[in-house]
Design a protein around this ligand. Structure first.
Ligand SMILES: *Cc1c(COP(=O)(O)O)cnc(C)c1O
Length: 217
Protein backbone atom coordinates (compact mmCIF):
# COMPACT_ATOMS: atom_id res chain seq x y z
CA UNK A 1 0.00 0.00 0.00
CA UNK A 2 1.18 3.53 -0.59
CA UNK A 3 1.61 6.13 2.09
CA UNK A 4 -1.42 8.02 0.80
CA UNK A 5 -3.57 4.89 0.96
CA UNK A 6 -2.60 4.38 4.59
CA UNK A 7 -3.28 8.03 5.35
CA UNK A 8 -6.71 7.70 3.73
CA UNK A 9 -7.46 4.64 5.85
CA UNK A 10 -6.43 6.51 8.98
CA UNK A 11 -8.70 9.40 8.05
CA UNK A 12 -11.60 7.03 7.40
CA UNK A 13 -11.05 5.27 10.73
CA UNK A 14 -10.99 8.66 12.49
CA UNK A 15 -14.19 9.76 10.77
CA UNK A 16 -15.90 6.55 11.82
CA UNK A 17 -14.77 7.03 15.41
CA UNK A 18 -15.62 10.75 15.45
CA UNK A 19 -11.98 11.65 15.99
CA UNK A 20 -9.82 14.42 14.56
CA UNK A 21 -7.18 12.88 12.24
CA UNK A 22 -4.66 15.37 13.56
CA UNK A 23 -4.82 13.49 16.87
CA UNK A 24 -3.44 10.31 15.28
CA UNK A 25 0.22 10.27 14.32
CA UNK A 26 1.47 7.80 11.73
CA UNK A 27 4.86 6.38 12.66
CA UNK A 28 6.33 4.81 9.53
CA UNK A 29 8.32 1.86 10.85
CA UNK A 30 11.42 1.71 8.66
CA UNK A 31 13.38 -1.04 10.45
CA UNK A 32 15.31 -3.39 8.14
CA UNK A 33 13.87 -1.72 5.04
CA UNK A 34 16.14 -1.01 2.08
CA UNK A 35 17.20 2.62 1.99
CA UNK A 36 15.47 3.37 -1.32
CA UNK A 37 12.08 2.48 0.19
CA UNK A 38 12.76 4.82 3.10
CA UNK A 39 13.87 7.71 0.91
CA UNK A 40 10.77 7.19 -1.26
CA UNK A 41 8.57 7.83 1.78
CA UNK A 42 10.73 10.82 2.77
CA UNK A 43 10.38 12.15 -0.77
CA UNK A 44 6.61 11.98 -0.36
CA UNK A 45 7.02 14.36 2.55
CA UNK A 46 6.59 12.04 5.51
CA UNK A 47 8.67 13.09 8.53
CA UNK A 48 7.89 10.65 11.37
CA UNK A 49 9.58 7.26 11.50
CA UNK A 50 10.04 4.38 13.92
CA UNK A 51 13.02 2.13 14.47
CA UNK A 52 13.38 -0.78 16.82
CA UNK A 53 17.15 -0.94 17.16
CA UNK A 54 19.47 1.82 18.32
CA UNK A 55 22.41 0.56 16.29
CA UNK A 56 20.46 0.36 13.05
CA UNK A 57 18.95 3.82 13.54
CA UNK A 58 22.39 5.25 14.30
CA UNK A 59 23.64 4.00 10.95
CA UNK A 60 20.71 5.40 9.02
CA UNK A 61 19.20 8.57 10.42
CA UNK A 62 22.08 11.01 10.97
CA UNK A 63 22.80 10.82 7.23
CA UNK A 64 19.15 11.04 6.23
CA UNK A 65 18.70 14.05 8.50
CA UNK A 66 21.60 15.75 6.76
CA UNK A 67 19.78 15.16 3.51
CA UNK A 68 16.17 15.78 4.47
CA UNK A 69 16.38 18.15 7.42
CA UNK A 70 14.37 17.59 10.58
CA UNK A 71 12.94 14.11 10.76
CA UNK A 72 11.34 12.80 13.93
CA UNK A 73 12.43 9.26 14.76
CA UNK A 74 10.92 7.22 17.59
CA UNK A 75 12.43 4.16 19.24
CA UNK A 76 9.78 1.43 19.40
CA UNK A 77 11.96 -1.58 20.25
CA UNK A 78 13.78 -2.78 23.35
CA UNK A 79 16.40 -0.50 24.89
CA UNK A 80 19.44 -1.93 26.65
CA UNK A 81 20.85 0.09 29.52
CA UNK A 82 24.22 0.58 27.82
CA UNK A 83 22.55 2.25 24.81
CA UNK A 84 20.48 4.81 26.70
CA UNK A 85 22.76 7.77 26.09
CA UNK A 86 22.94 7.06 22.38
CA UNK A 87 19.17 6.58 22.22
CA UNK A 88 18.50 9.89 23.96
CA UNK A 89 20.59 11.72 21.41
CA UNK A 90 19.02 9.99 18.44
CA UNK A 91 15.28 9.73 19.19
CA UNK A 92 12.54 12.26 19.91
CA UNK A 93 10.48 9.63 21.71
CA UNK A 94 11.08 6.25 23.36
CA UNK A 95 8.03 3.96 23.33
CA UNK A 96 9.64 1.00 25.08
CA UNK A 97 10.36 2.10 28.64
CA UNK A 98 9.56 -1.12 30.42
CA UNK A 99 11.43 -1.29 33.73
CA UNK A 100 12.39 0.91 36.68
CA UNK A 101 16.12 0.54 36.10
CA UNK A 102 15.76 1.90 32.57
CA UNK A 103 13.50 4.73 33.74
CA UNK A 104 16.12 5.71 36.34
CA UNK A 105 18.98 5.75 33.88
CA UNK A 106 16.97 7.87 31.41
CA UNK A 107 16.11 10.27 34.23
CA UNK A 108 19.74 10.52 35.33
CA UNK A 109 20.93 11.28 31.80
CA UNK A 110 18.09 13.74 31.22
CA UNK A 111 19.45 15.74 34.18
CA UNK A 112 22.94 15.62 32.72
CA UNK A 113 22.03 16.43 29.12
CA UNK A 114 19.27 18.88 29.98
CA UNK A 115 16.68 17.30 27.70
CA UNK A 116 14.65 14.16 27.42
CA UNK A 117 12.74 12.42 24.64
CA UNK A 118 8.99 11.89 25.07
CA UNK A 119 8.42 8.76 27.08
CA UNK A 120 5.89 5.96 26.55
CA UNK A 121 5.70 3.10 29.03
CA UNK A 122 5.32 -0.34 27.52
CA UNK A 123 2.65 -2.54 29.07
CA UNK A 124 2.65 -6.30 28.50
CA UNK A 125 -1.13 -6.48 28.15
CA UNK A 126 -1.06 -10.14 27.18
CA UNK A 127 1.16 -11.02 30.17
CA UNK A 128 3.42 -12.97 27.82
CA UNK A 129 6.60 -14.20 29.54
CA UNK A 130 8.82 -13.54 26.51
CA UNK A 131 7.51 -10.03 25.90
CA UNK A 132 8.78 -6.76 27.32
CA UNK A 133 6.64 -4.39 29.34
CA UNK A 134 5.27 -4.07 32.85
CA UNK A 135 2.31 -6.23 33.77
CA UNK A 136 -1.07 -4.47 33.76
CA UNK A 137 -1.26 -4.88 37.55
CA UNK A 138 2.04 -3.01 37.95
CA UNK A 139 1.32 -0.25 35.46
CA UNK A 140 -0.15 2.36 37.83
CA UNK A 141 2.84 2.10 40.17
CA UNK A 142 5.26 2.32 37.25
CA UNK A 143 3.56 5.45 35.90
CA UNK A 144 3.80 7.01 39.35
CA UNK A 145 7.46 6.07 39.69
CA UNK A 146 8.34 7.54 36.28
CA UNK A 147 6.49 10.73 37.11
CA UNK A 148 8.34 10.99 40.40
CA UNK A 149 11.56 10.80 38.36
CA UNK A 150 10.29 13.81 36.37
CA UNK A 151 10.20 11.84 33.13
CA UNK A 152 7.96 13.38 30.45
CA UNK A 153 5.53 10.45 30.32
CA UNK A 154 3.24 10.98 27.34
CA UNK A 155 1.44 7.69 27.32
CA UNK A 156 1.46 3.91 27.10
CA UNK A 157 2.45 1.41 24.43
CA UNK A 158 1.50 -2.20 23.82
CA UNK A 159 2.11 -5.02 21.35
CA UNK A 160 -0.82 -7.47 21.58
CA UNK A 161 -0.19 -11.23 21.43
CA UNK A 162 -0.19 -12.39 17.80
CA UNK A 163 -2.93 -14.96 18.29
CA UNK A 164 -5.45 -12.85 20.20
CA UNK A 165 -8.04 -10.26 19.27
CA UNK A 166 -6.02 -7.01 19.46
CA UNK A 167 -9.06 -4.88 20.40
CA UNK A 168 -9.18 -6.39 23.85
CA UNK A 169 -5.59 -5.31 24.42
CA UNK A 170 -6.14 -1.85 22.97
CA UNK A 171 -9.14 -1.37 25.25
CA UNK A 172 -7.15 -2.50 28.27
CA UNK A 173 -4.28 -0.14 27.45
CA UNK A 174 -6.75 2.73 26.97
CA UNK A 175 -8.32 2.01 30.34
CA UNK A 176 -4.97 2.01 32.15
CA UNK A 177 -3.98 5.26 30.41
CA UNK A 178 -7.25 6.93 31.26
CA UNK A 179 -7.15 6.15 34.96
CA UNK A 180 -3.60 7.52 35.05
CA UNK A 181 -4.47 10.70 33.19
CA UNK A 182 -2.28 9.85 30.19
CA UNK A 183 -3.32 11.06 26.74
CA UNK A 184 -0.88 9.11 24.56
CA UNK A 185 -1.67 5.63 23.26
CA UNK A 186 0.95 3.99 21.05
CA UNK A 187 -0.89 1.02 19.60
CA UNK A 188 -1.85 -0.50 16.27
CA UNK A 189 0.38 -1.93 13.52
CA UNK A 190 -0.14 -2.82 9.85
CA UNK A 191 -2.84 -5.39 10.51
CA UNK A 192 -4.85 -3.60 13.17
CA UNK A 193 -4.26 0.16 13.16
CA UNK A 194 -7.89 0.88 12.29
CA UNK A 195 -9.24 -0.90 15.34
CA UNK A 196 -6.53 0.79 17.44
CA UNK A 197 -7.79 4.16 16.21
CA UNK A 198 -11.35 3.20 17.12
CA UNK A 199 -10.09 2.56 20.66
CA UNK A 200 -8.16 5.81 20.99
CA UNK A 201 -4.68 5.30 19.49
CA UNK A 202 -2.71 8.55 19.20
CA UNK A 203 0.35 6.90 17.58
CA UNK A 204 0.01 4.00 15.14
CA UNK A 205 3.20 2.15 14.21
CA UNK A 206 2.88 0.92 10.65
CA UNK A 207 5.73 -0.84 8.85
CA UNK A 208 5.08 -3.49 6.23
CA UNK A 209 1.80 -1.97 5.02
CA UNK A 210 3.76 1.12 3.92
CA UNK A 211 7.13 -0.29 2.91
CA UNK A 212 6.30 -3.83 1.89
CA UNK A 213 7.36 -7.02 3.63
CA UNK A 214 10.58 -6.89 5.57
CA UNK A 215 13.41 -9.00 4.19
CA UNK A 216 14.32 -10.09 7.70
CA UNK A 217 13.50 -8.87 11.10
C1 LIG B 1 8.02 -3.83 13.50
C2 LIG B 1 7.16 -3.16 14.49
C3 LIG B 1 5.97 -2.52 14.09
C4 LIG B 1 5.47 -2.49 12.66
O1 LIG B 1 4.99 -3.74 12.31
P1 LIG B 1 4.17 -3.96 10.93
O2 LIG B 1 3.37 -5.16 11.20
O3 LIG B 1 5.20 -4.14 9.88
O4 LIG B 1 3.34 -2.76 10.71
C5 LIG B 1 5.23 -1.88 15.07
N1 LIG B 1 5.60 -1.88 16.36
C6 LIG B 1 6.74 -2.50 16.78
C7 LIG B 1 7.10 -2.44 18.22
C8 LIG B 1 7.53 -3.16 15.87
O5 LIG B 1 8.66 -3.77 16.30
Amino acid sequence: MSLSEITAKIEAACAKAGRDPRDVKLIAVSKVQPLDRVTAVLDEGHRLFGENRVQEAEGKWPGLRDQYGDVEVHLIGPLQSNKVRQAMQLFQAIHSVDRPKLAKSIARLAQEIGQCPDIFLQVNTGEEPQKAGVLPADADAFVAECRSLDLPVQGLMCIPPVDEEPSLHFALLAKIAERNGLAGLSMGMSGDFESAIALGATHVRVGSAIFGARVKG
